[in-house]
Design a binder for this molecule. Structure first.
Ligand code: WT7
Length: 649
C-alpha cells in the first residue's frame, strides 16, 4: 500500500533532447548554469530580481516598493503608475518598431489584414475615444464577445488604455453563459460582431448577445463590428455599429495613468461548483510577468512571427497572443477559424504562407492533427519554424514525439508550458536554449516561482513520489481574487495548504528537479489503495500505434474501491475490434503494470471536449458508471459525441 497522499507513477520516460544545434548560442538564456544562477537569485531576493526586470518598462511613476504580501493579498510594484496598452504600443513605437507588423491576421475564408504597431495604436486610440464618448469610464467593466479578428485585440487594448477592465467571453459560449457573466460583473456594455466564421459557417454572435441581454441584464449599450454581413436584429438607441463610432474620432488618446494594482481584466473560468469564477488580474505585475515570460520562454526576437492558436477568450490568448508578445514588439499571427477548414492542412498552410517561426498550441490539437496521418504536414514547407509550444493539458510523450519529429522536424525545441487562468502567466516550462527536454515533462519552474510537491498536510514529498503541486511564494501575475467573492478566493487557493497557493494539480518531481504533471487532483484514482493519475494511463494508451486519443476515468468498484474505464479514439484508418481491445489492455499492463489495466474499454469516434479542448472526464465518468449522462453539459463542444458514445453501448 502506498502512503495516503502519494500518487503512483510507473511510466518512466528516458528519451532526452538537448537544444538543437545553434539554438542555445542565439537564445536569451543559453545554458543551465545561467538559468540556475538567475533562478537562485530570483528565489533568494525576489524583490531585487523583479525590480531589475521592471526597469525595461514604461512607468508614469516609478513604484516605491516591489511587493507587499499579506496572504492571500499581494500588491506588486506598489505606488507605480503605468498603462499596459502604452507598453504594448507606444513604447514599441518609441523603440523604433512603428512600421513593424504587429498583427498579421488571416480569416477563415482566407482574407488577410496586417497592422503595424503605429496602425494598431491609431485603431486603439480611435476606439478608446469612441468608448469614452459612449460613457465608459475608468473602472467600468466592458464585456467583449467577438470572433478572432484584429478588432478583438483593438477592443482589449482600448479598454486597457482608458483603464476600463475587460471581461472577454469566448465566442463559443451561449446566451446564458454571457448573461451569467455580464450579471456577475455588472457590466453595462458589450462589444460584439454580427458573426464570426467557424468551419465554414457563421456563428451568430449578435443573436446570442440579443438573447443574453433579454435575460434581464445590466447592459445598456451594444457595439457591433461588421464581420460576416449576416442579417441581425437591431435595437435602436442600444446598438451601435463599430464603424460609425470610430468614424471621425481622433487618432490619439491620452493613456490613463493606472495604479499598479488597478484591475486590468476579469476572466471567467469554470469552477467545480458550476458557478463560473471571475478571476481578477491587475495592471503592473501582470504586465511585467507576461512580457518577461514571453521573451524568455518563447525566446522572442524582433523578427519572430509568433503564432498561438488559442482563442483570445481564454487566458492563453490574453497573456500570449496580446499582452506578452506585443510588449516584445514581435509580429503576432492570428487566425480566425478551425484547424480543419477547408481541411486538416490549414495550420501547416498558414505556417508556410506567413513563415511562422514560433507555433504554440494545445495537446488536444496536436493529437487531432496527428490522427489525420503524417502525409498532411509532410506536404508543407515548415522550415520557418524554430520553436514549438504546448499548453492546456499534460502532453503525452507520443504526441510530444510526433510534434517534435513531424512538425519541428527535429530542429525545434518544444516548450511544454504549465500554468492556469489563475496564474496569469507560465509558471513551469523549459527555457528552450538551456534545458534538455524529456517528452511529457514541463521541466522546471520559471524565475521567481517556488514550486513544490507536497502531501495534503504540507509536507514536501521525496523525489518521484507524486503529490500536490503548490507554489510557496507569490508571483507578479498571480490572480488577485475572485470577483465579488474574496472568501472563496482565500478558501480555494490559500487554505487547503495553509498560506501556500494550491494548484489542484497532481504532480511528481524527478531526481533532476523536473516536474511531471499528472492531471487534476480530482482525476487521481484510488485502486486497491494505489493512487494512479489517469493522465499516465492515457499516455500509455496513446503510445500504442493504433490509438489517437484516450480518456481514462475512475468508476466505483466493489472490491478495488475504484476501477478504470477507458475511452479510446483510433487513428484514422484503424478498425476497432475485440482483438485490438485485448491488445490495448495488455499494452497498458506492460507499460505501467497490471494495476492500471482498465476494467472497461470502449472505442469511440471522438471524445467529449470543453470548448477549450479539455476532455470532459466528468461526463465520461457518469457514462461509464451509470450508462447515461444527466449532468451539466453547457460547456460541451459537440453534443453528438455523447449521443454516439451512448449508442455504442
Ligand atoms: C489547468 C489550467 C493555462 C492555459 C490553459 C489552461 C492544465 C495546463 C498544462 C501543461 C499539464 C496543464 C492543468 C492546469 N494544464 N497546462 N503544460 N501540462 N497540465 O488554463 O483552463 O485555467 O487550466 O490546465 O491541470 O491546472 P486553465
Amino acid at each position: 500500500m502506498s502512503a495516503p497522499d502519494t500518487i503512483m507513477s510507473s511510466m518512466v520516460e528516458t528519451r532526452e533532447f538537448p537544444p538543437p544545434g545553434g539554438f542555445a548560442a542565439q537564445a536569451h538564456i543559453g545554458s543551465v548554469a545561467e538559468y540556475e544562477r538567475m533562478y537562485k537569485r530570483s528565489i533568494e531576493d525576489p524583490e531585487a530580481f523583479w525590480a531589475e526586470v521592471a526597469e525595461n518598462f514604461h512607468w508614469f511613476r516609478k513604484f516605491d516598493k516591489v511587493l507587499d504580501w499579506r496572504c492571500p493579498n499581494a500588491q506588486w510594484f506598489v505606488g507605480g503608475k503605468t498603462n499596459v496598452a502604452y507598453n504594448c504600443l507606444d513604447l514599441q513605437i518609441e523603440r523604433g518598431r512603428g512600421n513593424h507588423t504587429a498583427i498579421l491576421w488571416e480569416g477563415e475564408p482566407g482574407d488577410t489584414t496586417t497592422l503595424t504597431y503605429s496602425e494598431l495604436r491609431t485603431e486603439v486610440c480611435k476606439f478608446a475615444n469612441a468608448l469614452k464618448k459612449l460613457g465608459v469610464k475608468k473602472g467600468d467593466v466592458v464585456t467583449i464577445y467577438m470572433p478572432m479578428v484584429p478588432e478583438l485585440t483593438v477592443a482589449m487594448l482600448a479598454c486597457a488604455r482608458i483603464g476600463a477592465p475587460h471581461s472577454i467571453i469566448f465566442g463559443g459560449f451561449s446566451a446564458t453563459a454571457i448573461a451569467d457573466r455580464v450579471h456577475d460583473a455588472n457590466s453595462k456594455i458589450i462589444i460584439t460582431a454580427d458573426g464570426g466564421w467557424r468551419r465554414g459557417k457563421i456563428v451568430p454572435l449578435k443573436d446570442n448577445v440579443d438573447a443574453a441581454v433579454e435575460q434581464g441584464t445590466s447592459v445598456e449599450t451594444v457595439v457591433v463590428l461588421k464581420r460576416c454581413e449576416n442579417e441581425i436584429k437591431w435595437t435602436g438607441g442600444r446598438d451601435h455599429w463599430w464603424h460609425d463610432l470610430v468614424e471621425g474620432e481622433a487618432d490619439a488618446c491620452e493613456p490613463e495613468q493606472c495604479d499598479a494594482e488597478d484591475l486590468l481584466f476579469i476572466l471567467y473560468t469554470s469552477g467545480t461548483t458550476g458557478k463560473p469564477k471571475g478571476i481578477m488580474h491587475t495592471t503592473a505585475g501582470y504586465m511585467v510577468y507576461t512580457a518577461y515570460t514571453a521573451k524568455m520562454i518563447f525566446d522572442l526576437k524582433p523578427d519572430d512571427v509568433y503564432w498561438c492558436t488559442a482563442d483570445i477568450g481564454w487566458i492563453t490568448g490574453h497573456s500570449y497572443i496580446t499582452y506578452g508578445p506585443l510588449q516584445n514588439g514581435v509580429t503576432v499571427l492570428m487566425y480566425e477559424g478551425a484547424p480543419n477548414q477547408p481541411d486538416w492542412g490549414r495550420f501547416w498552410e498558414i505556417v508556410q504562407k506567413h513563415k511562422a517561426t514560433i507555433f504554440y498550441t494545445a495537446p488536444t490539437a496536436i493529437r487531432a492533427l496527428a490522427r489525420q496521418g503524417d502525409e498532411i504536414p509532410a506536404k508543407y514547407d515548415l522550415s520557418s519554424l524554430r520553436l514549438l509550444g504546448s499548453v492546456g493539458e499534460p502532453i503525452n510523450p507520443e504526441a510530444w514525439m510526433w510534434y517534435y519529429e513531424k512538425i519541428g522536424r527535429k530542429n525545434c525545441p518544444i516548450v511544454d508550458t504549465w500554468w492556469q487562468t489563475e496564474t496569469g502567466g507560465i509558471l513551469i516550462s523549459p527555457l528552450p536554449g538551456a534545458f534538455t527536454l524529456k517528452p511529457g515533462s514541463a521541466t522546471k519552474p520559471f524565475f521567481g516561482i517556488d514550486a513544490a510537491v507536497m502531501d495534503s498536510a504540507g509536507v514536501v514529498q521525496p523525489d518521484n513520489a507524486g503529490g500536490l503541486l503548490v507554489i510557496r511564494k507569490p508571483w507578479p501575475a498571480m490572480l488577485r481574487g475572485i470577483y465579488g467573492d474574496m472568501e472563496r478566493y482565500q478558501k480555494q487557493y490559500w487554505s487547503q495548504i495553509d498560506g501556500k497557493y494550491f494548484t489542484s494539480d497532481a504532480c511528481r518531481r524527478d531526481e533532476d528537479g523536473n516536474f511531471w504533471l499528472m492531471g487534476r487532483v480530482d482525476d487521481v484514482i484510488n485502486i486497491s489503495g494505489h493512487r494512479i493519475g489517469t493522465a499516465e494511463v492515457e499516455s500509455a494508451l496513446v503510445s500504442h500505434p493504433a490509438v489517437a486519443e484516450a480518456a481514462v476515468v475512475g468508476i466505483p468498484h466493489e472490491i478495488k474501491g475504484q476501477a478504470l474505464a477507458a475511452f479510446v479514439a483510433l487513428q484514422v484508418g484503424r478498425a476497432a475490434g475485440d482483438d485490438l481491445k485485448k491488445e490495448l489492455l495488455k499494452h497498458v499492463g506492460t507499460q505501467i503494470g497490471a494495476i492500471a489495466r482498465p476494467d472497461q474499454l470502449r472505442f469511440t469516434d471522438a471524445l467529449p471536449k470543453t470548448r477549450s479542448g479539455k476532455i470532459m472526464r466528468r461526463l465520461l465518468k457518469e457514462l461509464a458508471s451509470t450508462g447515461e449522462v444527466k449532468g451539466d453539459t453547457t460547456t460541451l463542444e459537440d453534443f453528438n459525441v455523447i449521443a454516439s458514445l451512448r449508442d455504442d453501448d
